[in-house]
Design a binder for this molecule. Structure first.
Ligand SMILES: [Zn+2]
Length: 392
């Protein structure tokens, strides 16, 4: 109790130091029952004070979602994804323009139109290929924050620039205003009760769009609502091998999610396990049509990972990404897939370990900016192990 009599700054500093040092203990300490009952006891008060200090993030423990969510521009560096889809960040990101010949970015105020150059090039290519298949154009949903990392709201993944959401609503004939893009509500393709696709609004063009997205070797997974997966399982004729990449998952009833693999130049990018062999039109899909996956969350108040992640939760390199220099403007790191593009300046890598500027492109892409070119195809995936519960 002696310390409590010291001058305020000294006491505060000491308490902070003690709290930091013993934070681990306090986080895990189970207060014995007798102690819980004597809240007014001075010792209990000290315990509570220390525990409170420990719970309050210090500067170094600021939530990663706040730090990454505050960044409006990418870190200028060679493109590099660091960590895992749900725990990481990326440098050298580029933006997809708000408008393209065959796409429009939705909810632009979120500023989540950033990705690894390969991801952005792939979306632009998909927009062209899909148009050739009869899909008028893409409504592009969230990709990543400028430097990735956990988001203030929404997704658990989308952290390393290799995930993108595309709406299952075709681009309308008339250009959407910025206001419409912010507010236009999405069309749910799946009945919330039966978890089956609404046949009145499902069209073959939906299938062709998903098939086209799955056709690119860079794409490792496409997440859709289980109802959409079932519709594909029930109706796709001919080549069905691509169904393997299409994975059932909660949500994803108005958009689908494209996930590409780790790209060359990203030694610290953590690959996801390969999907199970086969089309996935089996028991693993049947599980989604039982009651189990839809049970109410037993622990709704449990904080989500993004709500507790600090910089210490992320790969150490993410600090350099956070501290990396801004480009002169968003425009100079906006990627136009028509050859006009300017990719991220790569003269000042922020990461000591950064390899020479990674070259990115999408296989089969036509005109690419001078700053990107072809790279080897995504490595062959290993023999996957069956998993008891379908993962995403
Ligand atoms: Zn997504």
């Amino acid at each position: 109790m002696k310390t409590l009599k010291q001058s305020m700054p000294g006491r505060a500093m000491l308490l902070k130091r003690v709290a930091t040092r013993f934070k681990f203990l306090f986080m895990h300490v189970v207060v014995p029952k007798p102690l819980r009952t004597f809240g007014r006891h001075p010792l209990a008060a000290l315990v509570l004070t220390l525990a409170g200090l420990a719970a309050q993030p210090t500067a170094a423990e600021e939530l990663a979602k706040n730090l990454f969510g505050a960044k409006t521009l990418p870190a200028v560096a060679a493109p590099q994804s660091i960590g895992f889809y749900s725990k990481g960040c990326f440098a050298g990101g580029v933006a997809i323009p708000l408008d393209g010949p065959k796409w429009e970015v939705m909810r632009p105020s979120r500023n989540r139109r950033w990705g690894h150059p390969t991801m952005i090039a792939l979306i632009e290519k998909l927009s062209r290929d899909a148009a050739a298949d009869g899909w008028p154009g893409l409504l592009v949903g969230d990709i990543s924050q400028p430097r990735g990392g956990p988001m203030l709201t929404g997704h658990a993944s989308h952290q390393i620039g290799l995930d993108a959401d595309i709406w299952l609503t075709p681009m309308p004939d008339r250009k959407l205003s910025i206001n419409q893009r912010e507010n236009m509500s999405a069309t749910l393709l799946v009945d919330e009760k039966t978890h089956l696709v609404k046949d009145a609004i499902w069209v073959p063009a939906h299938m062709r769009l998903l098939r086209r997205a799955a056709s690119y070797p860079e794409v490792e997974r496409i997440l859709v609502n289980p109802g959409i997966k079932k519709k594909l399982c029930d109706t796709v004729k001919g080549d069905r091998a691509w169904l393997r990449k299409v994975r059932p998952f909660w949500g994803h009833d108005y958009h689908f999610h494209i996930r590409i693999g780790c790209q060359p130049g990203s030694p610290n990018c953590k690959r996801q396990d390969a999907t199970a062999p086969g089309e996935g039109c089996d028991k693993s899909l049947d599980w989604w049509f039982t009651e189990e996956p839809w049970r109410p969350n037993k622990n709704p108040d449990r904080p989500k990972a993004r709500d507790v992640m600090t910089m210490a939760s992320l790969p150490a390199e993410c600090q350099a990404v956070l501290d990396g220099p801004d480009p002169a403007s968003a425009e100079v790191v906006t990627y136009y897939g028509d050859g006009v593009a300017v990719a991220a300046a790569t003269t000042a890598p922020v990461l000591a370990a950064a390899p020479p500027p990674a070259r990115a492109s999408v296989s089969g892409t036509g005109a690419l900016p001078a700053s990107v070119n072809a790279f080897a195809a995504t490595p062959e995936i290993g023999i996957p192990l069956p998993r008891p519960r379908p993962g995403n």
